[in-house]
Design a protein. Sequence first.
Length: 157
Amino acid sequence: MQLRVLGTVAVVDPAGDAVPIGGPKRRALLARLLVDANRVVPAGTLIDDLWDGDPTPGAAATLQSHVSQLRRIVGADRLRTLGGGYVLDVAAGELDAALAERELSEGKAFSAPVAPMTPWASCPRRSVAGREHPTASSATCRGPPPSPPGSKSSGCR
């Protein structure tokens, strides 16, 4: 089983097929448990996180329902109740973020698919102090924009 948090949160079975997770709260619960994989996350913390600090009166029961549904997806033996919270047991190599972190720390390039990047020359432009500059906030552009004309620096400040 693979657990993915880089990109869309997903559970992938051994055959490589995506397993349906459910709605946004259940997907957020899975993501939150994966952030603290193999550690107990208190139920109160999960409720605060899932309801942005403003839980509904039935939030505790709803959380238990979502946990029950996630157990069917990842296995009841892996998603355990412990000490007033929940722990999701994740084996080495199952979580894409941990795999990427390990590969990067070993100096390897992580092999997850990524969207192609747009060259700065084709990014949207805006006028800054009367000059045209690429916008650093463009979602498709990566890295520092070119230096403004006449600047001696090699990147953004």
